[in-house]
Design a protein around this ligand. Structure first.
Ligand SMILES: Nc1ncnc2c1ncn2[C@@H]1O[C@H](COP(=O)(O)OP(=O)(O)O)[C@@H](O)[C@H]1O
Ligand SMILES: C=C(OP(=O)(O)O)C(=O)O
Ligand SMILES: [K+]
Ligand SMILES: [Mg+2]
Length: 527
């Protein structure tokens, strides 16, 4: 991953662009989150997704029930076993999403300039003149002139399967809208997005709590994607809720920023959350188009400096129906990585798209190319300056490990960690080589029984750029004596060699504790 060093800021030989890249052991350092659904739930397709580079599976509770998602998850577990590729699980909440139920499932044709009424009377059938919605407060929340988008889940706002409405009148509980573009709405469920409007529904709804405490607890979810996070308090409340659900106190919360409220409160939200999802689908509707890129760059910079993983959504919509992305989309993926994103989240493309595996593969290839021209040196300096002095011991060790690894052209960095903190700090400095994070389990008690930690920590690094986890044998005690350190390191090196990331005569940088001292050491392998 560090073979050819081109920098965007330097003149690039045009011919070098045509040289094909050697495939690496890992498709890319950047991570891919795939949403699993109708087109991606067989063991076969999921195995294909894992081999193509998906390392986090997202289960979106905006549609489908627990049983449906459970079936998919069981298939994922089988696929993980057969492919031997690790995958983390993310539960995505419904949140304060407005929905129209189309019980008859017949498509609804909307004509430009005609009128449609949004009503809270959910007993009514959806027709081209009437949309029953799941919220009674809309008439109070919107005013004449406001914009509302409606379409099939994950609509883009630019195709003929979604429509743009403008509020013309409020009649009691009903909202009368004029249709701005002709469209055909298909499927059982449409999503509604009222631009820049506060919807008075809690971020974590009762339905979400139910899904988390049953499905989530049963499956020990690694990540909670908190849809429509609007305030830091939303994250605190979700954390409080998870803390009462046994193992889920280890679940990480990714705040999904999808509207201007979340954007306005971004700094406080970032402090509370474990990571951020830039939900550009909804945000792209809430923001004027010319401002979207700016939010992306500003938010990713803040995540990078905080050392918290970031995820960008909705990159290759057109691949839902096509084998190739548009030029704009291909360029957009690369730019998300150059802007600092850790991961790319695929929604419709894998959920209901025709080419889930191919999409993951192409997105991974674009990410890998972007990583090669990423100006790590500049980024490193910026980060060190931002952190300032004095650094914490651990941060100083982590940044030094990355620097040393680049200077000696190490093929990998191996980091020992239990909490995952050391590994995340190394990733923060964006090493150009993969980081094998060796998660050493710790024995922990909840006063009832003994348990090993480590599984969550290992899987949670699957969303961080550059981190590739392995779980050490729990028979190795977590205290760092020289003998155990050496034996765990040997296992890690063997693992690296067996998988092909480490070859004989390679240099490897190791970050671990010896007694009470944190050390960075450089080792040169024999054959
Ligand atoms: N089991 C272990 N054996 C050796 N070194 C370790 C172990 N766990 C963590 N370290 C090292 O200890 C330092 C602190 O790392 P950190 O991830 O914060 O530890 P912990 O996971 O115990 O909180 C880092 O240098 C890390 O590489
Ligand atoms: C991923 C997105 O959100 P949702 O949860 O609605 O798919 C998005 O809006 O980009
Ligand atoms: K959702
Ligand atoms: Mg969304």
């Amino acid at each position: 991953m560090h073979a050819t060093h081109l920098l965007l800021e330097e003149p690039i030989r045009m011919a070098s662009i045509l040289e094909s890249s050697k495939p690496n052991f890992f498709p890319s350092m950047s991570k891919i989150v795939g949403t699993l659904g109708p087109k991606s739930r067989s063991v076969e397709v999921i195995s294909g997704c894992l081999k193509a580079g998906m390392s986090v599976a997202r289960f979106d509770f905006s549609w489908g029930d627990g049983d449906y998602h459970q079936e998919t998850l069981e298939n994922l577990k089988l696929a993980v076993k057969t492919t031997k590729k690790l995958c983390a699980v993310m539960l995505d909440t419904v949140g304060p999403e407005l929905q129209v139920l189309n019980k008859s499932e017949q498509s609804i044709s909307l004509e430009a300039d005609a009128f449609v009424v949004l009503t809270s009377d959910q007993d009514k059938e959806a027709t081209s003149k009437l949309f029953p919605i799941n919220f009674s407060g809309l008439a109070k929340a919107v005013k004449k002139g406001d914009t509302i988008f409606v379409g099939q889940y994950l609509f883009t706002g630019s195709e003929t399967t979604s429509a743009w409405l403008e509020v013309v009148e409020i009649k009691g509980e009903d909202v009368v809208c004029v249709i701005k573009n002709s469209a055909t709405l298909a499927g059982p469920l449409f999503t509604l997005h009222a631009s820049q409007i506060h919807i008075e529904i809690p971020t974590l709804t009762e339905k979400d709590k139910e899904a988390i405490s049953t499905w989530g607890a049963r499956n020990k979810i690694d990540f909670l994607s908190l849809s429509s996070t609007r305030h830091a308090e939303d994250v605190r409340q979700a954390r409080e809720y998870l803390s009462k659900l046994g193992d889920l106190q280890s679940t990480q919360i990714f705040a999904k920023i999808e509207n201007v409220e979340g954007l306005t409160n971004f700094d406080e939200i970032l402090q509370e959350a474990d990571g951020i999802i830039l939900s550009r689908g909804n945000l792209g509707i809430d923001l004027p188009p010319e401002k979207v890129f700016l939010f992306q760059k500003a938010a990713l910079y803040k995540c990078n400096m905080a050392g918290k993983p970031s995820v960008v959504t909705r990159v290759v919509d057109s691949m839902t129906d096509n084998l190739r992305p548009t030029r704009a989309e291909a360029t957009d993926v690369a730019n998300a990585i150059l802007d600092g994103s850790d991961a790319i989240l695929l929604g419709a493309e894998t959920l209901r798209g025709l080419y889930p595996v191919e999409t993951i593969s192409i997105v991974g290839k674009i990410c890998a190319e972007a990583e090669k021209v990423f100006n790590q040196d500049l980024y490193f300096k910026k980060t060190v300056k931002y952190v300032g002095e004095p650094m914490t011991h651990l941060e100083s060790i982590a940044s030094s490990a990355v620097r040393a690894a680049i200077k000696v052209k190490a093929s990998v960095i191996i980091v020992f960690t239990s909490s995952g903190r050391a590994a995340r700090l190394i990733a923060k400095y964006r090493p150009t080589m993969p980081v094998l994070s060796v998660v050493v389990p710790r024995l922990k008690t909840n006063q009832l029984k003994w348990n090993f930690t480590g599984a969550f920590e290992a899987r949670q690094s699957l969303i961080v750029r550059g981190l590739f986890p392995m779980l050490a044998d729990p028979r190795h005690p977590a205290e760092s004596t020289n003998a155990t350190n050496e034996s765990v390191l040997k296992v890690a090196l063997d693992h690296g060699k067996a998988s092909g990331v480490i070859k004989s005569h390679d240099r490897v940088v190791v970050c671990q504790k010896v007694g009470d001292a944190s050390v960075v050491k450089i080792i040169e392998l024999e054959d």
